[in-house]
Design a protein. Structure first.
Length: 631
């Protein structure tokens, strides 16, 4: 059901004997009686209106087109380059335009010399074979290489001389002399290789153009990634970086080392380099990892319980625990005899592991603890790292010396200053049905004792059903209602018409959904960081629970950090009880990110669950892209 015209005559109005003219004004300033259930059933036969959530998309690959080679100046050349105009190569539109810009200006061949594929081309092809080291699929860049066809010419004195004749395309070729004529005296010549004629030249120029397209494509992928994140889902909002593709081939023409140039295009951030090193380590480990018994995903084990899976659980902890934890519980591990009883010593071992893993250290083994203990398989980790390397290319070259980084799958926010992580804290992010977006912005304001402006999605999807039953609902709950900027009672609003002109907000209070402060970075998604009265949510391991905004476990600590003041100073301002907006004068980027593999402050890559299924969506985009490039 779509949005309803604010002045539409509803069935409820007709039941009340009203005309279209009598319902032009939304608010009459006088409370209306609550409708009966029969009136509701009669007046609202269709489902309630809904504000739809953003969608995941079927990935649309870059448009491919044929490179316009026919007009290249080389078409008039006398050597093999004359066949460049007849080469047929398709490439993504941006890549094709960059290739055309180079050759249309008379750019010399880059990958062919002396009738063969150049050493520069072979070096770059060897780089393409190692594309997986950069998180790419080598198949995206593979090309068939023309082979040299040679024939040795024997000593001319031993064979009849050849007379040059014109070939059909005007090129000189050789033909045996008429046997009835005396053979001319032959000039001795050293045996020399003879390449196959025009077809070989055509193959070389086809390779030349295709190789340039693949090199520009590889350069683009190194700089900004293989896929456009905004085509994955409407939850992605990231401006794609400019790769300056038209500069690639002119630079290669003069570069002393083409491979070094291309390698130099990859990201240089410490996060990317840590991920790349982890990918190398994981691939070396893949296939050689010891086989261990798997733990059931649905395992639940409480102190005092017994379980046949306990032996595998203890073995997995011993395999994954830190040296410190194993030293602390060495006696327990040495004494354990694979009994099924989950006794006090083993409970303390599990609590220690949970604490190290950032979980609630209660000794209860559930799905989150099983995932932390069992870990992800090596192949799963490789996939996560490859996706994370792609996603780093969606971010700026450097995150900055001072910034806030929110990683949704980790359910944590990290504050960096002077190039180092200063602290981190737990956060609550959007639930799978109200997902937090993936974008970055800049912090502008800290609002103390805030009002909560209720989004239209919540008004329509969650409040409207109650308001149609009980129009006084918002008044009773202490919310403020305005229609067209005019304050009214919630009973004065026609909740059966459009709510587009209706705004609802919750004033500052101890019950306010935003708690005592919010940290704003204006964006199109109305997402910000804020306090919350629901403190118990931070004790949960899975914290995808909000309507999309980011709730902070320690809001005063974060607010004081971005304002550059002490927590004591901040507390004094909050205690005044006044709603006030305090500007953030420093330039502090905030990255609202989604990485299921990400290095911690010590450079060790940590792995997280794909809470929204976004990694799966990226994998589908990879597959679609490789398919389009292969075609």
């Amino acid at each position: 059901m779509g949005a309803v015209d604010a002045h539409a005559l509803t069935l409820m109005d007709m039941l009340r004997g009203k005309t279209r003219d009598s319902v032009q004004e939304q608010v009459e300033g006088q409370a209306r009686p609550a409708p009966t259930q029969r009136e509701i059933d009669l007046s609202d036969p269709e489902p309630l209106p809904k504000v739809s959530a953003p969608k995941y998309l079927t990935y649309r690959t870059d448009a491919m087109r044929q490179i316009k080679a026919q007009a290249f100046p080389a078409a008039q050349a006398a050597d093999a380059t004359r066949f460049l105009a007849s080469a047929r190569v398709s490439a993504p539109a941006d890549v094709a335009a960059a290739v055309e810009a180079y050759y249309a200006k008379g750019g010399a061949p880059l990958w062919v010399e002396k009738g063969d594929v150049s050493e520069r081309a072979r070096a770059v092809l060897a780089l393409f074979d190692k594309a997986a080291d950069y998180g790419f699929d080598p198949a995206d860049y593979r090309l068939p290489v023309p082979s040299m066809t040679t024939a040795s010419v024997a000593d001319a004195s031993a064979i009849p001389a050849a007379q040059p004749v014109a070939s059909t395309d005007g090129a000189a070729t050789a033909q045996p002399a008429d046997a009835t004529q005396p053979a001319p005296v032959a000039t001795p010549a050293a045996p020399a290789p003879v390449v196959a004629g025009d077809q070989h030249d055509r193959d070389l120029m086809q390779f030349e153009l295709a190789m340039s397209a693949k090199v520009v494509l590889f350069a683009q992928d190194m700089v900004r990634g293989r896929i456009d994140p905004n085509r994955i889902s409407e939850y992605h909002d990231l401006k794609r970086r400019d790769a300056k593709l038209d500069l690639v081939l002119p630079f290669i023409q003069t570069a002393p080392d083409t491979v070094a140039y291309l390698q130099g295009l990859e990201p240089k951030s410490p996060e990317y380099l840590a991920l790349k090193a982890e990918l190398t380590r994981l691939r070396a480990e893949s296939g050689n990892a010891p086989q261990v018994a798997r733990l059931p995903d649905n395992l639940v084990l409480k102190p005092g319980n017994s379980s046949a899976d306990l032996a595998n659980l203890v073995a997995a902890i011993e395999r994954r625990a830190s040296d410190t934890l194993k030293t602390t519980h060495a006696a327990t591990l040495a004494a354990y005899r694979q009994t099924p009883e989950y006794g006090p010593d083993l409970v303390e071992l599990v609590k220690g592991f949970q604490k190290e893993a950032g979980l609630k250290a209660d000794g209860v083994v559930g799905p989150a603890t099983v995932r932390a203990i069992a870990g992800h398989s090596t192949d799963d980790k490789i996939e996560k790292v490859v996706i994370a390397m792609e996603q780093t290319r969606w971010l700026p070259d450097t995150l900055g010396d001072r910034y806030v980084f929110i990683n949704q799958p980790a359910f944590r926010v990290y504050y960096h200053d002077q190039g180092r992580e200063q602290f981190s804290m737990r956060v609550v992010v959007g639930s799978p049905s109200h997902q937090t977006f993936f974008f970055h912005d800049e912090i502008k304001t800290v609002e103390l004792n805030p009002y909560w402006g209720v989004p239209q999605s919540i008004i329509i999807n969650e409040m409207l059903p109650k308001l149609r039953q009980d129009p006084s609902y918002l008044d009773r709950m202490g919310y403020q209602v305005e229609v067209g900027g005019k304050a009214v009672s919630s009973t004065a609003v026609n909740w059966f018409a459009s709510t587009q002109s209706v705004s609802v907000r919750q004033p500052p209070s101890s019950d306010n959904a935003l708690g005592e402060l919010k940290i704003l970075f204006p964006n199109a998604h109305a997402i910000y960081m804020h306090d919350t009265p629901q403190k118990s949510f931070f004790q949960r391991d899975m914290r995808a629970l909000s309507h999309g905004c980011v709730r902070l476990a320690e809001p005063r600590k974060m607010a004081a950090a971005v304002l550059g003041i002490t927590e004591q100073d901040l507390a004094g301002r909050i205690a005044q009880g006044k709603n006030m907006a305090v500007p953030v004068t420093a330039k502090i980027p905030v990255y609202v990110s989604y990485f299921t593999a990400w290095p911690n402050k010590d450079g060790k890559v940590e792995f997280f669950d794909d809470v929204y299924g976004r990694d799966s969506a990226v994998e589908k985009a990879f597959a679609a892209t490789s398919k389009a490039r292969g075609a």
